[in-house]
Design a protein around this ligand. Structure first.
Ligand SMILES: [Zn+2]
Length: 118
């Protein structure tokens, strides 16, 4: 545990409410630190609070997915879900990824078949 995290142990990073003693009963979520341009795992007071927090980053609902956007290192980064560890600098590419994911769920064999045609 690093020193930076220690400062936040007792308060929720979103509502600043007091957390339960240590981590018991708190909700683990992803927190975007705009100053450090990084994501960190933090404890929120409740799952609802984490949801409210994430709502600040929603740009639009697309095809049953929610697209989130953070401004990081001076550029807008779009993610098909807040916990994604990848991003797109263009919202259309993010949508394409969401569409593709729908296809790959249908059948991996189809994809293999298509690849063999080349
Ligand atoms: Zn909270």
């Amino acid at each position: 545990m690093d020193i930076l995290m220690e400062n936040y142990i007792h308060t929720c990073p979103y509502c600043r409410g007091r957390l339960n003693s240590w981590f018991r009963g708190n909700f683990k979520g992803r927190y975007f630190n705009a100053k450090l341009n990084t994501f960190r795992i933090k404890y929120f007071c409740t799952e609802k609070c984490y949801k409210d927090y994430k709502e600040n980053f929603i740009v639009e609902d697309y095809n049953n997915n929610t697209i989130f956007c953070v401004e990081m290192c001076g550029e807008k980064r779009y993610m098909p879900y807040f916990e994604a560890n990848y991003y797109f600098t263009n919202i259309d590419n993010c949508k394409k990824r969401i569409d593709m994911r729908g296809v790959s769920v249908v059948s991996r064999d189809v994809l293999m078949f298509m690849l063999q045609q080349y």
